[in-house]
Design a protein around this ligand. Structure first.
Ligand code: C5P
Length: 310
């Protein structure tokens, strides 16, 4: 018997970075939105560990996906086996097939989506009825973005990104633009820290809280599905350091804006970029225009469901 689960990638509509904590992570304030591009993970019991990878991302990236126990799907199984031990629950006795649609090291939480899908699939395979709140805690052990991939929809993320508050949102239309390069998330954070070496802690910490007005305005714009209004509220502290590390990103953002995107922004630590469109038709024409200029682009709809079976 095999079990299949899928989980969404995300964009960070807003991402503010505060100070570094004792555990090395940064305090953040994030508005996550799950998008309609999903990873699929199939798992079955096997006499030996096996990990197969296919998908639509470029060959060089597919080849770089770890095939060993360091892959987040295996770690997800290990976290479940540790929390719910039983003799037959062995992370090394599983065969995984990952269908990758989200670029590697792209800032869209592709690896986190694999982990979230694996948690759901392996729990089903091993017939463990994990309460949703417990699953969220296990997810946080696997990475800062895994809890959100499990939850989906739209959410405010705090702490290191794992403390989530659901937000209501109408659908949003995006064009996602992928890069053939990857960026290391720790390196992007480090580059930001270097730029901010002179900032004091109070200045940094104030970035990771919304004023009541800010929260009301962003919540209203999301709920009412007004992309023009929302466009003026979006920001990402990691965009400048990502562009410093990969200068062609700034050109892609300028191009996207010149083609009429309501907003163009690096997602998370990049280098994936999202363009906010007025409508589905607008997203299609923006996508065609980006492709004409040799960019890997696809349309996506925001507010997709979190990890689920099937
Ligand atoms: O949690 P995750 O494994 O996805 O994070 C990858 C890296 O990104 C961390 O090791 C850390 O360097 C950086 N990070 C951070 N602050 C966060 C989230 C991630 O510094 N809130």
């Amino acid at each position: 018997m095999s079990v299949v689960a899928t989980a969404p990638g995300k964009v960070n509509l807003l991402f503010r970075v505060g100070s570094t904590r004792d555990d090395g992570y940064h305090e953040v304030l994030s508005i996550y939105q799950a998008v309609s591009i999903r990873e699929q993970v199939r798992v079955r019991s096997s006499s030996s560990a096996r990990l197969l990878v296919s998908g639509s991302i470029i060959r060089e990236q597919l080849d770089r996906v770890p095939r060993d126990g360091s892959n987040l799907v295996v770690r997800a199984a290990q976290v479940l086996a540790d929390a719910y031990p039983a003799p037959e629950r062995d992370a090394q006795g599983l065969e995984f097939e990952i269908l990758k649609e989200i670029p590697l090291l792209g800032g869209m939480a592709g690896g986190s989506a694999d982990a979230a899908a694996a948690l759901v699939a392996v729990a089903k395979l091993w017939e463990i009825d994990v309460p949703r709140a417990e699953l969220q805690l296990l997810a946080a052990r696997l990475g800062s973005d895994v809890p959100f991939s499990l939850l989906g929809g739209t959410a405010l993320g705090q702490g290191r990104g794992e403390k989530l508050t659901e937000l209501e949102s109408s659908p949003l239309h995006f064009v996602l633009v992928f890069s053939t390069d990857g960026l290391s998330t720790p390196e992007v954070f480090r580059t930001l820290d270097a730029r901010r070496a002179t900032w004091d802690a109070a200045q940094l910490n104030s970035r990771t809280t919304f004023t009541a007005n800010e929260l009301a305005e962003i919540s209203d714009s999301l709920r009412s599905g007004n992309p023009e209004r929302l466009a003026g509220l979006l920001e990402n502290d990691l965009e400048a350091p990502a562009c410093e590390l990969l200068p062609q990103l700034a050109e892609t953002l300028t191009l996207a804006r010149s083609l009429g995107a309501l907003h163009a922004q690096v997602s998370g630590s990049g280098p994936s970029i999202f363009l906010l469109a007025e409508s589905e038709a607008h997203a299609s024409s923006l996508c065609a225009a980006m492709r004409q200029r040799n960019h890997r682009a696809l349309t996506a709809v925001g507010n997709a469901p979190g990890a689920q079976l099937g």
